[in-house]
Design a protein around this ligand. Structure first.
Ligand code: CA
Length: 218
């Protein structure tokens, strides 16, 4: 899963980025409203974390532009503005959730999981598909009741696949979900992780749809 953080406060930004990377997300960080807006035009994010008081362009206007351009993915506002009118304004502009600073990063991580779950249409906390189980909270995954020992990016890859098990993901889509700006991506990197995952969960569990990409077996 790939997230965009739009936040101008360096300390808060670094803290959030560290925590969410620790949870296995790819996190890009834009430090002003204009940079955030550009990122939203050029890249696809599963979720956006948006500060309101931003240099160059106010967060509410960034959000309005994103929604006006057809952006559908969840947006969570993070801000010190905590009056009721600010909250209503943010939600009316198209935000899905609202967290008032200062907040506990554990709560932030939990709300991120909840929003991603809701946007993928999943209603349960734990993903199950055939013999596979993945728990984003405890970071555990198993196959046929056997606990899987997955590298962080293998876990992230399985998370992306199992969140939408019917969908075929192109290699580029999977790269976008696993990597942020500045991450080095080798040309065959997704194939390497697919290979690693297949060895752990069984080759037949991930289908290669020729010329299109990958999906879980149904
Ligand atoms: Ca700010």
């Amino acid at each position: 899963m790939r997230l965009l953080l739009i936040e101008d406060d360096t300390m808060i930004g670094e803290n959030i980025q560290d925590v969410l990377r620790g949870e296995g997300y790819a996190v890009d960080w834009a430090q002003d409203g204009r940079a955030g807006e550009l990122a939203l035009v050029h890249d696809v994010y599963d979720l956006v974390l948006l500060d309101l008081g931003l240099p160059k362009k106010d967060g509410i206007r960034v959000l309005q532009t994103y929604r006006a351009n057809g952006g559908k993915n969840p947006v969570m506002i993070l801000t010190a503005r905590d009056s009721v009118m600010d909250r209503i304004g943010g939600l009316d502009a198209g935000a899905d959730d609202y967290l008032v600073k200062p907040f506990d990063v554990k709560e932030l991580a939990a709300r991120v999981r909840a929003l991603l779950r809701r946007s993928s249409g999943a209603t349960q906390l734990i993903y199950r598909h055939r013999q596979l189980m993945l728990d984003p909270v405890s970071h555990e995954a198993s196959h046929a009741q056997q606990v899987l020992n997955l590298a962080p990016r293998e876990f992230a890859l399985l998370h992306a696949l199992i969140a939408e098990p019917q969908r075929v993901f192109s290699r580029a889509e999977l790269e976008e979900k696993l990597y942020g700006w500045g991450d080095e991506i080798e040309s065959n990197t997704i194939e390497v992780y697919i290979y690693g995952l297949r060895k752990k969960i069984g080759a037949g569990e991930i289908l290669n749809v020729r010329g299109v990409g990958y999906r879980l077996a149904s």
